[in-house]
Design a protein around this ligand. Sequence first.
Ligand code: HDE
Length: 714
Amino acid sequence: MAPGIADAVKEAVTGSPSENAKVLAMKDNIRNYQDSNNRITTDYGVKQTNTDDWLKVATEDKTGPMLLEDHSSREKIHRFDHERIPERVVHARGAGAFGTFKLYEDASDVTSAGVLTDTSRTTPVFVRFSTVLGSRGSADTVRDVRGFAVKFYTEEGNWDIVGNDIPVFFIQDALKFPDVIHSGKPEPHNEIPQAQSSHSNFWDFQYLHSEATHMFLWAMSDRGIPRSYRMMQGFGVNTYTLVNDKGERHLVKFHFTPHLGVHSFVWDEALKLAGQDPDFHRKDLWTAIEGGQYPKWKFGIQTIPEDQADNFEFDPLDATKIWPEEEFPVRYLGELELNRNVDEYFTQTEQVAFCTGHVVPGIGFSDDPLLQGRNFSYSDTQLSRLGTNWQELPINKPVCPVMNQNRDGKHRTTITKGTVNYWPNRFEATKPATAQEGGYVDYPQKVSGMKTRLRSKKFREHYNQAQLFYNSMSEHEKMHIMNALSFELDHCDDPIVYKRMVERIADIDLDLAKGVAEMVGADIPEVAGRPNHGKKSKGLSQEDFPPENLTIATRMVAILIADGYDAVAYNAIKAALAAQGALPFTIAPRRTPIYAAGESKDSGKGVAPDHNLEGQRSTMYDAIFIPGGADSIATLRKNGRALHYVREAFGHLKAIGATGEAVKFVQDACSLPGVEFSESNNVVDSYGVVTAAQTEASTFKDAIDLVKNAKDFS
Ligand code: HDE
């Protein structure tokens, strides 16, 4: 614990989501309006008798002019007029949550940072996930990179990892950031398209800027359309450094790996969800945390001793490159858990401000030119977004004491007592700390060289790792990349853009380029831009990250019923799913009670469905199950929405289970050219469909195993 840390913080119970140091530190800033004894006041505290009618000259019969002297009404409107602050220039749309970081392995061999060495600590965190290109009101499920920003409120100050769900970046030098972002944002003349990379400007830049090749391939892979924030990896992307007590330095990359595995949508689902439920990812995160199903990630590091940095074919400071896991295994040190939703979106998720420059003793920067530029950009952007005193906002305030001579500025809230505001001063107030007292010591790095705008040789190689990534994909992941590129380039109206892009793709893989060329109407390339080296690496395909213990916990399963459903099968699958921590939802043609076979409508019982078939579509679920029951199935067969439900889920390769009369219904619904279900009535694992004529316990086990084993639930 750093000297001087407040006793209250020292004593904070850091394990509990409701009582950790950050929660306690925010207590004084929280007002709770949900108390019927409260009375409405102005901002200056005067109780109000009427906040619905502006003070005006009026009689019972006639309305006259409103009066400017009505200060409280003007205050209400004036506050409203200024509710919006500038949205983030990138990563505007996001969702955040509080949590904890628990260290389980002491890393003092590489760092002196308390947060990475003291295994008795539980560090409070705030995490904000985001999309990059869209505005605040855009949809969650668009194809894009996802932000994964973590603020650790450590005892030595705030440490921010401002990462993404993809381990590499489009550019190597920070100076290119405005260009890559301008090219991806809506085009300047007509502000079209919103939250999409599928337009000429984006792909024009991608071609002309070949260092983006590796990253655009990741974005076109399934990583660009994650199923859930809870099911994606997080990466620090940039290369930082760790320094231990002996003053030895390592280069380091940070990793977060989700317990639930890495999963994605198929593109058709993502497209539909963008309209059907633009808040899909926000809700998913919110609901899981409210339901106590706390998302977790393992936290790990890859390290390279500083003196070995030049020994590899790539430069470890180049953010367009990964460090292959065969050579640089991830060492898992701790666990990140999100366990508390925000109290208010604006003051917490919107006002949280991350800075790559926020590091604590034992952690430092490298010469990664992207990181160096980011260190300038983040604090700069907070000034225009939030104002000079943004670090004082409750969500941004460290849990340890802050004491310095930075003063004033708009909306200063800290009141600093004392007669001096400078250092050195006769009272020795705000004296610099020694290293022993926990002061940050800059690593004495030797630097020599020419002042130049040069990029070193290894930074000029842009294709090896793009090929490595592509080669490491499974067949269906490769197919998804081809489809994604075909979709994106189809939206480019300028032929030079898609024609050139096909040439660029031929630098990665000739077959991929040929397939895309045919789809988008470009010349079919005959030769590869450069031969594919054929190498693969682990940790790139999503299939390398199945859920831990093959869990189906938190997976959403729709159970389709209508009047006359088989209650035995319905209750059995519901119980079986709930026992595995999955979330069963009953969906029916209407939301008023549905009655089982043999159950009288006068019984006053029946099942109240969670949703009707219009309200929630198959896209919102990971799997569907249909119990038998002659009348129920006869009704569903006649319902176009129900038929579409089954077909769409089948088309999205979702696990489907059915019993009794539902078996034939499912088979008929899915009978497309080339699809043949086995003659036996008990079809297991055929196109991801499990059916059983009889309601046997084994059906439910098979159905659950199927959901567990579904490769990507897409
Ligand atoms: Fe950012 N980035 N970025 N970025 N970034 C911002 O900061 C910037 C980069 C990332 O949830 C901005 O507070 C530059 C890489 C995330 O609040 C801004 C460069 C990575 C978030 C900014 C990069 C990221 C941001 C906008 C190139 C992955 C959202 C609002 C040198 C490792 C954080 C803000 C949140 C936000 C600048 C590149 C991730 C303008 C100049 C690489 C997750 O400062």
